[in-house]
Design a protein around this ligand. Structure first.
Ligand code: CA
Length: 673
């Protein structure tokens, strides 16, 4: 009954801003208004607390006719040892207490709705579960803390634009035999130091450190549905965009899913290990829908409330996965806010990436950001500023990229720069700026200025967006590829079929040079630094390891590519000019040169921008197959990038004058006086 397997994963759709048409809301509002009368409960003791007086259960279920707690000795395949009858309490809750600490036991809730007992559920606030998350567990959470956890913290960050985000999946990163990692596909893979491929190149966490990224964004790590934790030898793969228990780590990434403490402890050990290397951890969160409809933990505790519906009462489906949640309702909004707070506090998470964020409303996202910043000012939040299908939520309320100015502390992915660089995300053979297709120049410029207002950028010529939607560069995540769609390698191979691998690698360098020198925050897909592919598969959400695994022998065969990426990241980190935080600074310091050729962009970052040592950085991108002559102002220039090579310390010097930008390459020059 893995119905999600028949469905397209929401993250696979990437239909940026495609569904902004308005629907008739009045009718739907009448249907949904009944939920507005349900009392919300704001206490922080929902579902389970244990103290010296005993074990206390509090379930929010305003319309239940009866409610029970079932107590078990085992995580599955056993009868309950006790059934506790709950009594109605304040604000739609039901409560029951036991005067003993029930550590080591499991529990579920069961409610009567419209005269029928619904299926058992671990509730929506389970913080520990057994196999497949079917029963919640009662354990002392402090026992799951690894040594040194009380002093553990992620990297301090002044601004999101100082981050370099590396998006990875646990299994992709470690499962290949060439990884040299023992705990393949597990949280613990990222606790292993000193791992390497057969050529001696660093892998695992040492590789991340060597590359220089600041944060790993890990694909869903909460408890999801699609991998059977009772049958892990089957080696099932899934991205994990099918949530079950939002506040518990996924069991298949642990070494023992049946022991509730193990997955929690091992995820914390992974986070501590990354923190010890100065690397932050970003959670990929999917509050926009659940794997099941009537069978979800939301539906089994408060039927109907947590979801939006169509006028006929059916589930509306902006996620294209069968349902969509209703963040505008108070208890759902509180759930999202409290859930991210829990991950930030209990697991020391440093950032959150919201899947299909535009299914949520802007008010909820603002509350999320405010709550997280209060816990730790270095935490940042970004998301997909689109939905996968239409929603009853009014367009003006959606956390769309077009509405990001209403969410000052939230960032959105720039599909503008993504598609302009490489071509359309789903049309495999379509080309972009770096692969010789004209007409993308203005959209690349939109990317360079992070979708902020700039006097020399004409948004009416933008391919995707037609206005400067970002209020500040801190609101933009720049990227050219991610887990969705073709990898950059596959995209280049399919759109440039006659081109040699060496040439394609050169084009990939140009693509990422544009991303990493643009204003905003750069984001890259794991393994592109060694030119990994996914065998040409677009939507690899449940493809086998043979498609998704990163082959670490590529680090040896593509050593030059890795070196380029390492230098590119070092360049960005060394120069604040690439990391401006204010729209006015970008408008003042970035000056585009007039060019009349397609696939050519030339601009300068001037005035020691953002306190940079360099007074001027000249960047010229040539996405055509011919060398282009350019005239550079006379001066003492350091050559930072030329002809497919890059070095932050300089490749050499030039006095300017007549120069050439080689095909498919960037020329970057800098001067300090
Ligand atoms: Ca699971």
């Amino acid at each position: 009954m893995k119905k999600h397997l028949k469905k397209v994963c929401p993250a696979a759709l990437t239909v940026a801003g495609a569904f902004v048409c308005a629907t008739p809301h009045a009718q739907a509002d009448n249907m949904e208004s009944r939920y507005l009368t349900w009392p919300a409960y704001s206490g922080n003791d929902l579902e389970l607390t244990v103290d010296n007086q005993g074990t206390h259960f509090t379930l929010w279920s305003p319309m239940a006719q009866k409610a029970q707690v079932l107590i078990y000795n085992q995580d599955r395949n056993s009868a309950p040892t006790d059934t506790l009858v709950m009594t109605p309490s304040d604000s739609g809750t039901w409560r029951v207490s036991v005067p003993r600490q029930l550590y080591g036991r499991f529990y579920t809730f069961r409610i009567m709705n419209n005269g029928k007992w619904l299926d058992e559920t671990p509730g929506v606030w389970a913080k520990a579960v057994g196999t497949n998350g079917q029963r919640a567990a009662i354990i002392p959470l402090s026992d799951t803390d690894p040594e040194g956890w009380e002093t553990d913290h992620g990297p301090a960050l002044d601004n999101i634009t100082d981050a370099v985000i590396y998006e990875m999946h646990h299994r992709d990163f470690s499962i290949h035999p060439s990884s040299g990692i023992v705990n393949k596909g597990k949280f613990l893979a990222l606790t292993e130091n000193g791992t390497h491929n057969s050529s001696g190149d660093k892998t695992g966490i040492d590789h991340l450190k060597e590359l220089g990224i600041t944060h790993v964004h890990i694909l869903p790590s909460f408890d999801y549905n699609s991998v059977d934790e009772a049958n892990l030898p089957s080696n099932a793969y899934n991205w994990g965009y099918d949530p079950v228990n939002y506040n518990v780590p996924e069991g298949s990434y642990s070494t023992n899913p049946s022991d509730p403490a193990v997955r929690i402890n091992e995820m914390k050990r992974m986070i501590k290990s990354l923190h010890d290397q100065g690397i932050g951890v970003i959670m990929d969160v999917v509050y926009n829908h659940t794997a099941e409809n009537d069978g979800s933990n939301f539906s089994l505790t408060a039927p109907g409330y947590y979801y939006r519906h169509r006028p006929d009462g059916s589930y509306s489906d902006a996620s294209a996965c069968g349902n969509e949640t209703a963040s505008e309702r108070e208890q759902m909004r509180q759930f999202i806010v409290n859930s991210v707070k829990y991950w930030a506090q209990e697991y020391h998470i440093d950032g959150f990436r919201f899947d299909l964020m535009a299914i949520h409303d802007t008010e909820t996202m603002n509350q999320v950001a405010a709550a997280l910043k209060e816990i730790n000012p270095s935490i940042f939040v970004y998301g997909e500023g689109w939905t996968a299908a239409d929603s009853p939520l009014p367009v003006e309320s959606r956390a769309l990229k077009e509405n990001v100015a209403k969410m000052p502390r939230i960032a959105v992915f720039s599909d503008d720069i993504r598609d302009a660089i490489k071509g359309h995300y789903s049309k495999a053979d379509d080309r972009g700026f770096v692969t010789g297709k004209p007409g993308n120049e203005e959209t690349i410029k939109i990317g360079i200025v992070a979708s902020t207002a700039h006097p020399q950028v004409d948004y009416t010529k933008g391919n995707n967006s037609k206005f400067a939607y970002a209020a500040a560069p801190t609101q933009i995540i720049n990227y050219v590829s991610c887990h969705d769609d073709l990898t950059l390698t596959d995209k280049l191979r399919k759109s440039m079929p006659e081109t040699s691998e060496k040439e394609l690698q050169r084009i990939a360098r140009l693509a990422q040079t544009i991303v990493f020198t643009s204003q905003g925050t750069p984001f890259m897909f794991a393994g592109e630094e060694i030119f990994r592919d996914k065998k040409g598969v677009h939507n690899s959400y449940c493809s086998p390891d043979s498609v998704n695994a990163i082959d670490w022998s590529l680090k040896n065969s593509n050593a030059g590519q890795f070196e380029f990426y390492r230098n590119l990241i070092a360049l960005r980190k060394a120069h604040p000019a690439f990391r401006m935080t204010a729209t006015e600074d970008i408008a003042r310091n970035i000056v585009f040169d007039k060019t009349d050729r397609p696939n050519l962009i030339s601009y300068s970052i001037k005035n020691h921008a953002n306190g940079d040592d360099w007074c001027e950085i000249k960047l010229i991108f040539n996405g055509s197959d011919t060398a282009i002559p350019v005239k550079i102002r006379k001066g003492d220039w350091i050559i930072v990038a030329q002809d497919g090579n890059l070095n932050p310390d300089g490749l050499g010097h030039t006095k300017g004058g007549n120069m050439t930008v080689a095909p498919y390459s960037a020329l970057i020059l800098a001067r300090d006086k």
